[in-house]
Design a protein. Structure first.
Length: 162
């Protein structure tokens, strides 16, 4: 059996290439999605919200959402403007700074699902395709299954912060 000897230089180059490949793979990962859920609806209700936490290791932007269960899915924000609570689409998408958890929750950022094609009841699953754009302008999609919680449900555990 032949024996192969490697020089310290070759070993260092191989190690560096391995670390570079691992770093590139980490940078290519889509943002992590946790605490995902959709608020249930009643008959004839045509809109609801989807909520989650997003964390991007390298920083990116949530630029789109789609689901076969709604005609329209948009990233929205609720905020006070003077004495009036306003809600509307986040122009250009939602920024996800590197290493920071961005919370989409009732009363703040959320995904608005409109023109629902059916009522959503506790225990159902809603497929959501999230589209992210990284700092290099590359788009990437991630499909997740969001459990539906009862209509009166709120965010899990203690109050969440953004």
């Amino acid at each position: 059996m032949p024996s192969f000897k490697t020089s310290p230089f070759t070993t260092r180059v191989a190690l560096a290439l391995g670390l570079l490949a691992a770093s590139a793979a980490a940078l290519a990962e889509p943002p992590a999605v946790t605490e995902l859920w959709v608020r249930g609806t009643v008959a004839q209700q045509k809109a609801t919200g989807a909520f989650m936490q997003l964390r991007s290791a390298q920083g990116s932007r949530l630029v789109g959402v789609a689901t076969p269960l709604a005609g329209v899915a948009e990233v929205h924000e609720m905020k006070m403007v003077g004495d009036v609570m306003k809600m509307g689409e986040v122009p250009g998408g939602l920024d996800l700074p590197a290493g920071i958890t961005v919370k989409l929750q009732p009363g703040g950022f959320h995904v608005m699902l409109m023109d629902l094609k059916q009522p959503l009841k506790a225990g159902d699953q809603v497929p959501l395709t999230l589209t992210f754009k990284n700092a290099d302008g590359k788009s990437e999609q991630l499909t997740v299954q969001a459990p539906v919680r009862a209509l009166g449900a709120s965010a899990p555990g203690p109050a969440l912060e953004h």
